[in-house]
Design a protein. Structure first.
Length: 139
């Protein structure tokens, strides 16, 4: 997880979640869930309709990848589906766009779970993304 805007209330923030898929995976990536599991502010909203994805890494992006996003505000859970599954061996980055960063400085954690393409996918926990939000430097 990378963000280049890391102070409270900051606008234009983008949260980049990057996954490098194992070339030996056997099946493409069909979707992800991303859930906020830690952080004092659990009410900051997102522009769900502006969620995007691309092949590659932040600031080195490649081809766009179609993605469909839903956000359950109460559970703080994004459900992302790739209509054209991402092939094994690819590196994919999903971009979530909050209205603004959280109002409170803290360490925010997001649990990421991958779902293979196909019927009845078995979820695979990928790990956690850590986002540190700081108070502005007022010197």
């Amino acid at each position: 997880l990378v963000s280049y805007y890391t102070t409270t209330w900051q606008t234009r923030a983008e949260y980049y979640f990057t996954l490098s898929l194992d070339p030996e995976a056997g099946v493409p990536l069909g979707g992800l869930t991303i859930q906020q599991t830690r952080g004092v502010d659990n009410r900051f909203p997102f522009f769900v309709e502006r969620t995007s994805a691309f092949l590659g890494r932040p600031r080195q992006g490649g081809a766009k990848v179609p993605v469909e996003a839903r956000f359950d505000e109460a559970a703080r859970l994004f459900t992302l589906t790739f209509p054209e599954p991402v092939p094994p061996g690819a590196t994919v980055t999903v971009v979530l766009k909050p209205w603004n960063n959280p109002a409170n400085s803290d360490t925010y954690m997001f649990q990421v779970t991958a779902y293979p393409a196909g019927p009845n996918p078995s979820p695979a926990p990928v790990g956690f993304g850590t986002l540190r939000i700081y108070d502005p430097d007022r010197r």
